[in-house]
Write a protein that binds this ligand. Structure first.
Ligand code: 5RP
Length: 226
């Protein structure tokens, strides 16, 4: 049990989400510290006899899932997933999300698109009135990143190349990430369409119409929003 209050909220939201996983299901496994609690909890259920297969959304989640004994498959083999459980950096009252703080937005969005029920698990601080205090990650192919950054600058979105240890951060797919400021943008659907249409933009961390259920940890309880 986590002793850090925020992490404890993540943990109890994650444990609550496990109630949606039933025998025989194909489960998308999210990425990040909240999703890691869910993966560990699912590992315990599997050890007690629950039969599921997981599809991880990142190399880090794959490593953890193997460590805790969750049988894995690929999206190709699974074709469609029953449920995916993932974290978020922000969510609003319409279940619109910013994701990708952990850099796994591309595979996370692919899993969400191929899943019947997408469940988001989060600590209470992730719920916002308006998306955008958290910078929106935009995944770009390396070759185009400088030119895309210039375009995003012209759109007044203040792109910042994500760095790690003095090098551009590289995603599991070998791409870069530009984090942009969308707080003043009202129409996120139009923004997303514009971003995706720029050659070399692979994906954005805006998840607009994918989520069915949000489970929020609040102190020692959870609330489930549907
Ligand atoms: C990774 C994500 C994560 O779900 C998001 O960053 C939340 O992370 P955490 O659960 O550690 O707060 O989108 O790409």
């Amino acid at each position: 049990m986590s002793s850090n209050p925020k992490d404890r909220e993540k943990e109890i939201a994650a444990l609550e989400s496990l109630k949606y996983i039933k025998d025989g299901m194909k489960v998308g496994l999210g990425t990040g510290s909240t999703a890691a609690h869910m993966v560990k909890g699912l590992g315990r259920l599997v050890a007690n006899g629950l039969q599921v297969v997981g599809v991880p959304s990142s190399d880090a989640t794959e490593t953890l899932a193997i460590e805790v004994g969750i049988p894995l498959t690929t999206l190709d083999k699974a074709k469609r997933l029953d449920v995916t459980i993932d974290g978020a950096d922000e969510f609003d009252g319409n279940f619109q999300l910013i994701k990708g703080g952990g850099g796994a937005l591309l595979r996370e969005k692919i899993l969400a698109y191929n899943t019947d029920i997408n469940i988001i698990i989060a600590d209470a601080a992730k719920q916002v009135e308006r998306l955008g205090k958290f910078k929106l990650p935009v995944e770009t192919i390396q070759f185009a990143t400088t030119s895309i950054s210039k375009i995003l600058e012209e759109m007044s979105l203040s792109p910042i190349l994500r760095m790690k240890a003095d090098q551009p951060y590289t995603t599991d797919e070998g791409n870069f990430i530009l984090d942009i400021d969308i707080f003043d943008v009202d129409d996120l659907t139009t923004l997303n369409t514009k971003l995706i249409s720029i050659p070399g933009v692979v994906e954005t961390g805006l998840f607009l119409d994918t989520t069915s259920i949000v489970i929020v940890g609040q102190g020692e309880t959870t609330k489930t929003l549907k």
